[in-house]
Structures are given as structure tokens and as C-alpha cells.
Write a protein that binds this ligand. Structure first.
Ligand SMILES: NC(=O)c1ccc[n+]([C@@H]2O[C@H](COP(=O)([O-])OP(=O)(O)OC[C@H]3O[C@@H](n4cnc5c(N)ncnc54)[C@H](OP(=O)(O)O)[C@@H]3O)[C@@H](O)[C@H]2O)c1
Length: 276
């Protein structure tokens, strides 16, 4: 389906650019099939130079010229952007939104015409082609449109189809997910410095340890619990560290943090907070 389609990325900022880079690098589409919009002409010139794609500052023109419209602005401006472009949406298009918290119903109600809307929650590893991108179909989506979303977001990592009522939890777990790990790594770098290691060395140790541990999680069939057990000898150094974290209720605190993120995603998705 993507063979001759034009993919319009409306609001091509960090995530939009990651998607464009993935699509072009993986040759999922030809550069001329991609159209990007945002307000900054300088940023658009950069996108055109870097990826060979077409650009415009005119969101309505982008919608009019695209078969697949990817809504990639911040959630707070999406209502305004949809009001500006609503008249240009037409039957036969597919709309994909990555705006956190914005429901498919919110978008469907504004663009009309029974146009299928797919909501995707990628994460920042999209920038290196390793995103996790769960997606769900709105009221009018079918298996064909699910395939379109899957093909597009496979360009920046891994996809999985989910139900929309899971998306707030997903936002908290994998959308916010990289930040939990970065936070842990920040703490480890500080711990290395506190033990007298030079900062460059502390960073290098933590970076490679993180990379190696992530590869173990991905490339072996063992669960994180099994991998941890493998490095924890009775009364050894890892045992001492883990016993301390357990005594602080670390896992419970982490669970509470994820629930806070889930609740915030719910709030952002509520009509009271998001501008119409
Ligand atoms: N970052 C994440 O981890 C992540 C994860 C999942 C989902 N998301 C979602 O992805 C979306 C984009 O996030 P991001 O991090 O890529 O944000 P971003 O870098 O700020 O990109 C959004 C872009 O929208 C453009 N924009 C603003 N107003 C516009 C308008 N009226 N018309 C056209 N373009 C407009 C901005 O460019 P100009 O100023 O040049 O217009 C900006 O570059 C958000 O909805 C977010 O919820 C982000």
C-alpha cells in the first residue's frame, strides 16, 4: 500500500524527523513520497536537504496532498491544527497520530468522513531505529490500516497492536520508559564519582554496562529476574546491593512512579486539560 502513497508528517519535530529518517533510510518509501510541515522554514530546509523530502509550511496543503497523514505536533496544539486543516481531509486517507493522550475519537470527531485514525505511542529510541511503537485502531480502522501503521513504524523499531484503553498504561511504561533507565544510569554515574572514579570513566563503565545488559535482555531467552540471579552469588557484592534496594522498597517505589505517569497520561487525555 505504501508503494505510491504520499506520507505527510504534520509537525515534523524530533519524533517526526526520526520517522522520516527511518522511512527514507530503510527505503520503505522514496524521499519524494514524504512531505513534512512545521512552522520553521529553516528547520524545513534542513529536512529537505538532509532527507531529500518535500516540505511546506502549509498544513492544509500537506493534508490535501497526502494519502497518509501523520499528526506529530505536541498534543496541546493538535486541536488548533485539526481545526485549521479539517476541510482538507477526504475519504480514502489514513490518519496516524502520535500525540500523547489524544484519543482517536477526538481526531475522528474533527476530521469526519469516517476516515480511519490510528494512534501510536512510539518512544525516543526511534531516533536510533529502536523504538517500541504500540498502536491501536480507532472506530473506522481495519486490518489493512493496521498493516500501514505497522509498516511505517517498523522503520523506527518494533510495533505491536493493542487496544486503545491500554494506551495510558503503555505511555507510562514504554513511552516514558527510556527515562526510568536514564535516571538509573545518572544515579550510577554519580555513584561511580562518589567512589572516586573520574567522571569520564564512570560514564564509560555505565554506558557499556547498559548496552551489554540491554543486549542480554534482548538476545537471550532469560527474563530480567533470571539474568539478575545469574550475577547474584549468595553473600556476594550484588547480593549486598540488591538487599539494600529491597529494604528501601525500590520496586514498590518504581511501581508508584509508573502509576503517576499513567495518571498524568489520563489527565493529559482529558478534555478539561487539552485545548479544544
Ligand atoms: N518525545 C517522545 O518521547 C514522544 C513519545 C511518544 C509520543 N510523542 C508525541 O510525539 C509528538 C511530537 O513530540 P516531539 O518530541 O517530536 O515534539 P517536537 O520536537 O516539539 O515536535 C513537534 C513539532 O511540531 C511543530 N509545530 C508546532 N506547531 C505547529 C503548527 N501549528 N503546525 C505545524 N507544525 C507545528 C514544531 O515545529 P515548529 O515550531 O517549526 O512549528 C515542532 O517541531 C507529541 O505529540 C508527543 O506527545 C513523543
Amino acid at each position: 500500500m505504501l508503494d505510491r502513497s504520499t506520507i505527510g508528517v504534520l509537525g515534523a519535530g524530533n519524533m517526526g524527523e526520526a520517522l522520516i529518517a527511518g522511512l527514507v533510510k530503510a527505503s520503505i518509501v522514496e524521499p519524494h513520497q514524504v512531505l513534512a510541515s512545521r512552522r520553521s522554514e529553516v528547520a524545513l530546509a534542513y529536512l529537505a536537504d538532509t532527507y531529500g523530502i518535500r516540505t511546506t509550511t502549509d498544513n492544509s496543503a500537506l493534508v490535501g496532498d497526502s494519502d497518509i497523514v501523520v499528526l506529530a505536533t505536541k498534543p496541546q496544539v493538535l486541536g488548533e491544527v485539526l481545526a485549521e486543516t479539517a476541510a482538507r481531509f477526504r475519504p480514502g486517507q489514513v490518519v496516524i497520530s502520535i500525540a500523547a493522550g489524544v484519543t482517536t475519537t477526538f481526531i475522528e470527531d474533527r476530521i469526519g468522513n469516517d476516515i480511519p485514525v490510528i494512534r501510536v505511542m512510539p518512544n525516543t529510541p526511534a531516533l536510533v531505529g529502536e523504538a517500541m511503537s504500540p498502536y491501536c485502531l480507532g472506530r473506522h480502522g481495519s486490518a489493512t490500516q493496521a498493516l500501514v501503521a505497522s509498516q511505517i513504524f517498523s522503520a523506527v523499531g518494533v510495533t505491536v497492536q493493542v487496544e486503545e484503553d491500554m494506551l495510558d498504561a503503555i505511555t507510562a511504561l514504554s513511552g516514558t520508559g527510556p527515562a526510568y533507565l536514564f535516571y538509573l544510569l545518572e544515579g550510577l554515574i554519580e555513584a561511580g564519582k562518589a567512589m572516586g572514579l573520574p567522571e569520564y570513566l564512570s560514564r564509560a563503565l555505565v554506558r557499556q554496562t547498559c548496552y551489554g545488559a540491554a543486549k542480554l535482555v534482548v538476545e537471550t531467552p532469560r527474563t530480567p529476574r533470571q539474568l539478575r540471579a545469574q550475577v547474584t552469588s549468595p553473600q556476594g557484592t550484588t547480593h549486598a546491593a540488591m538487599t539494600h534496594l529491597d529494604s528501601l522498597g525500590f520496586h514498590d517505589q518504581l511501581r508508584q512512579a509508573v502509576l503517576k505517569a499513567r495518571d498524568r497520561a489520563r489527565e493529559l487525555g482529558s478534555a478539561d486539560i487539552r485545548p479544544k
